[in-house]
Design a protein around this ligand. Structure first.
Ligand code: LHQ
Length: 267
């Protein structure tokens, strides 16, 4: 497998196959709570692009090494990030967020500990989040005089609503895992020792699901808030036409009629 060869190129992450079909990206600067040092954003971007093109990868899981998921921008080791933030965001974060958005495969954040600032932004840019009971969600930006970035102003209100997003961003409201699940910010909460198993359970379910339909569904949901009902109905008709002529639809019908489990191909 290419995994070991790839790992030699990485300094701030690990990239490996967790199970057949499921690639895992580990943010790997545990001494700095996996804070983004520039290199890390570039390596995550690179790993996401590799995962996108790899036929054997159906789902991507992102997690952190050690006790944290990610503490956001490294506020010590990357002076350039503090002198020209606009350029830093454009060159370091934008490619990573766009690589995630155009992955074309389900992404899961396995939130093992604190997710702060751009680290929380990365977690909420993933399609799903499984959080350890030790996880904490901290927007952090306002505490250092900043506005939300890395897609947080876009993704947070979509997940929790504008009022709650405002509360987290402007009133410094941090969330525990239990609060996050009540707010709809995470999909599942697991004990730390069960986190990986619960995450892989969900990842494996997705890996065996009709991934063409997944991809179109995700795109439809992302567009939905900006469409009129008429436009949404048109998009549904068009995409259902495509899904309805897919291998997976015919397989789904055949499996139902013969009372067996479907075997989807994502085609
Ligand atoms: C860190 C960091 C860190 C370096 C912990 N950097 N070392 C984009 C573009 C450009 C500019 C700015 O921002 C952005 C987007 C953003 O992400 S803004 C938000 C940046 N992040 C933060 O403001 C969070 C800062 N960290 C914290 O508030 C705390 O560390 C949290 C709440 C995450 C965890 O607290 P504790 O569990 O109490 O851990 P700790 O504070 O003791 O940290 C452990 C170590 O990790 C410590 O180092 P040390 O050598 O003393 O053991 C920290 O300095 C280091 N660390 N976050 N972002």
């Amino acid at each position: 497998m290419t995994t070991e060869i790839e790992n030699k190129k990485y300094q701030s992450i690990l990239y490996e196959m967790a199970t057949p079909g499921v690639a895992k990206i580990v943010l790997n600067r545990p001494d700095a709570l996996n804070a983004f040092d520039g290199k890390m954003q570039q390596e995550v971007t690179q790993a996401l692009r590799i995962a996108k093109d790899a036929a054997e990868v159906k789902v991507v899981v992102i997690t952190g090494a050690g006790r944290a998921f990610c503490a956001g921008q490294d506020l010590v080791a990357s002076p350039a990030s503090l002198t020209d933030i606009e350029n830093w965001l454009r060159t370091m974060y934008r490619p990573m967020l766009q690589a995630l958005d155009t992955l074309g495969k389900p992404s899961l954040a396995m939130v093992n500990g604190v997710a702060a600032g751009a680290g929380m932004a990365l977690a909420i840019a993933c399609d799903f989040r499984v959080a350890s009971t030790k996880a904490k969600f901290i927007t952090a930006f306002a505490k250092i005089g900043l506005v939300p970035d890395s897609g947080m102003s876009y993704n947070l209100p979509r997940l929790v609503g504008v009022g709650r997003a405002q509360e987290m961003l402007s009133l410094g409201r941090d969330l525990t895992a239990d609060e996050a699940i009540n707010w709809g910010l995470v999909t599942r909460v697991a004990a730390p020792e069960e986190l990986e198993a619960r995450t892989l359970e969900m990842a494996n379910y997705l890996a065996n699901s009709p991934l063409l339909a997944y991809k179109m569904t995700r795109s439809m949901l992302h567009q939905s808030l900006d469409l009129s009902l008429d436009e949404a109905l048109t998009l549904e008709e068009k995409n259902q036409g495509i899904a309805g002529s897919s291998h997976d639809f015919h397989e789904g019908i055949a499996a139902f009629q013969t009372k067996r489990a479907p075997v989807f191909k994502g085609e």
